[in-house]
Design a protein around this ligand. Sequence first.
Ligand SMILES: Cc1cc2nc3c(=O)[nH]c(=O)nc-3n(C[C@H](O)[C@H](O)[C@H](O)COP(=O)(O)O)c2cc1C
Length: 401
Amino acid sequence: MSVSGKKILIAVSGGIAAYKIHFLIRDFVKKDAEVQVIMTPDAEQFVTKLSLSTLSKNPVYSDFYGDNGTWNSHVEMALWADVMIIAPCTANTLAKMTHGMCDNLVIATYMSAKCPVFIAPAMDLDMYAHPSTRQNIEVAEDYGHFIIPAETGELASGLIGQGRMAEPETIVKAVENFFTSQTSAKSLEGKTVLITAGPTYEAIDPVRFIGNHSSGKMGFSLAEEASKRGAKVILISGPSSQTTDDKNIELHKVTSAREMLNKVFEFYDRVDIGIASAAVADYAPKEVAKEKIKKNDDSLTIELVKNPDILKTMGEKKTHQFLVGFALETQNEEENAKGKLEKKNLDMIVLNSLRDEGAGFKNDTNKIKIFTRTEKKEFNLKSKDEVAADILDFVEAQLLG
Ligand SMILES: Cc1cc2nc3c(=O)[nH]c(=O)nc-3n(C[C@H](O)[C@H](O)[C@H](O)COP(=O)(O)O)c2cc1C
């Protein structure tokens, strides 16, 4: 499950590893999480509020007291958070957390938090191995907190041993895994999800065709994510080099738009969620030559006729299905995508623009915007697997109302 839209409260204490928090914040923000940073007064010796607030796009607090008689509400921040991460967690902060010594904003916020708490300790090897630290880690675990153990390697002191704060990507992964285990594990159990993927090839003669550059990656990522969430998945793919060995995915390979249409409607009645990510050719040659067309003349005219519009037909025949379309636009993107949502009777449309670097057909990454009739959400550039998780999170949120 992605951390998109999740509220992440990061508390920084005064260790040398505080410099890594910039990367941690950046990773979460890139994944569309909302990040609020607080810090201990000592942490201000190591990193600046300015850099942390610039990256997190929110003010950073280290003090209870604001200007002109105001105060920074630890209670509000604690209740706002979906998760709290203390990183780096010094020996001192850990000891205070486990003994209720509430003399700064970080500890007061921590003690008010009802959300899951992740602790990434960082200290020199002897401090990390000290019986008091070991005991405090055990107590924190008994409180139900998640400890992200320090790693072994060269420490700031020059010594080598266990004490380095876990890398930011390890911390992000731990939080993502938590959300996955909490909500999405079987969130689509009992649902049938039909996904179209890849290009279609429209034959000109026995050896030539009209096609496009769609790789099918987005559709296959969606199928695997839906399967992870317990759905029964029917994946109808045009010619693509993508494969899957997921037993939960029923893969049907087709070639042309007409074949894709027929295959979709073999299953459509029993589908709960339809996601049309295939790049279907709009036109096909009127006649398919029986033999290979010879290179006789200087020019060749092929008459094209309109293909059936699979998504529009799915929209027209919609009874109970939640229908998601894709739009790949090069101009007037939002307007065209919203128009398609209406015209084709969709519930949701995913827009990617060829103007965005890294987005679209052949890349492993994609940058999307999602529209429903009432909502719009913009996402950062991410791997197609992460985009698939974002899309299904959004679908699930719509289905829950
Ligand atoms: C250069 C320097 C680096 C330090 N690095 C760490 C560290 O990695 N881990 C730790 O537990 N304490 C470290 N300390 C000690 C803490 O800064 C000190 O215990 C402080 O009181 C922690 O306050 P806080 O937990 O409220 O942030 C370091 C101190 C200095 C001067």
